[in-house]
Ligand binder design. Structure first.
Ligand code: SF4
Length: 328
């Protein structure tokens, strides 16, 4: 039973935890969640890797997790179960003591991962299962805004110390979290900031933020990203008729961040996003190609380095970093 490691003192609505547990989320402590990615299954059963294999990530050794289930956005295309989806009041501001410690997060990730893969032991080769039992990577991108977690620098340090690489996918609304990274000199192996819309008005319609100055904060985070020397990505999660509009207006925002990579990725109606958007909002790879081409015209330093139809994703690179991560 997935909820057995959930703390009773958690600020998360019990109804949300119950629904998440039913969806296969492994919940641990106050706010930690791990979920088996579809691609973990796809690799274990069918030898098919997800698009992150372009960066060298092996889907059967990648923990998809979050240290917080809270978010200050309510994006239409989000697969997270949002409070208002079940008629509850949304909130995101809580005390530091409402989060788990970095050590607890690490323990929760390992506990959750074991549960995610345990069922494969009798049905895949011993070698595959043995490799899967030794995860190498953590994608902090499951549900919730990870930079709300107040101990992110300490968590990243701990995960790296344990030999894990990290991807951190952020909505960019907490530039202070990145300032802390600069101060500590600790960054994820690859940092993503999502640019959710081409303008402030479109942002408000798309993300329905719970904060007043989200757009300004995202812009500040993009400026900070430009100063980072490590691997950085601006992600555009595209939903037709919502934020897949005005491609040229994305260009100055991307330029502001000067990322190593640009990921243009089609929204897929999975999880709880189906409450808010429909398949009609889902772009096909041809739509992604044509949108990306319009952006690329204004960004000659970026070249397409990867495309995967199944994941509806195109990756552009300015060659600041090799596509594949060293020593994975
Ligand atoms: S910022 Fe991310 S987690 Fe938050 S609502 Fe938007 S897509 Fe979901």
């Amino acid at each position: 039973m997935s909820l057995e490691k959930s703390a009773s003192s958690s600020v998360i609505y019990p109804e949300i935890k119950e629904r998440l547990a039913k969806q296969g989320y492994q919940l641990y402590g106050k706010q930690i969640a791990v979920k088996k990615c579809l691609w973990t299954h796809n690799y274990l059963k069918e030898d098919r890797f997800c698009y992150k294999s372009a960066y060298g990530i092996q889907s059967h050794r990648c923990i998809q997790a979050t240290p917080t289930l809270l978010c200050n956005h309510q994006c239409l295309f989000c697969w997270r179960l949002q409070e208002k989806d079940i008629g509850k009041k949304p909130f995101w501001k809580v005390k530091d003591s409402d989060f788990d410690t970095p050590e607890e997060v690490y323990q929760g990730l390992i506990w959750g991962w074991k549960r995610c893969i345990s069922g494969y032991k009798p049905i895949v080769s011993q070698e595959k299962f043995s490799n899967a039992s030794k995860p190498k990577h953590v994608a902090l991108s499951l549900a919730g805004e990870p930079t709300l977690y107040p101990f992110m620098v300490e968590l990243l340090s701990l995960l790296h110390e344990k030999g894990l690489t990290t991807f951190l996918v952020s909505n960019g609304t907490i530039p202070k979290a990145f300032e802390k990274m600069f101060k500590a000199g600790v960054f994820p192996t690859q940092l993503y900031i999502t640019i959710p819309a081409p303008s402030k008005d479109d942002y408000i319609k798309t993300c329905k933020p719970l904060i007043k100055n989200g757009w300004e904060e995202i812009n500040r985070s993009l400026e900070l990203m430009a100063k980072m020397t490590g691997r950085t990505v601006t992600r555009l999660t595209m939903a037709k008729k919502i934020n897949m509009i005005k491609p040229k207006e994305y260009v100055p925002l991307i330029k502001k961040a000067n990322p190593s990579f640009i990921e243009v990725k089609g929204f897929v109606p999975v999880g709880f996003s189906q409450y808010r958007v429909t398949r009609a909002n889902m772009p096909y790879i041809e739509d992604i190609q044509s949108f990306t081409n319009q952006i690329k015209e204004e960004l000659p330093e970026y070249k397409q380095v990867f495309e995967m139809e199944e994941s509806k994703v195109i990756i552009l690179s300015n060659n600041k970093h090799p596509l594949k991560i060293d020593n994975l």
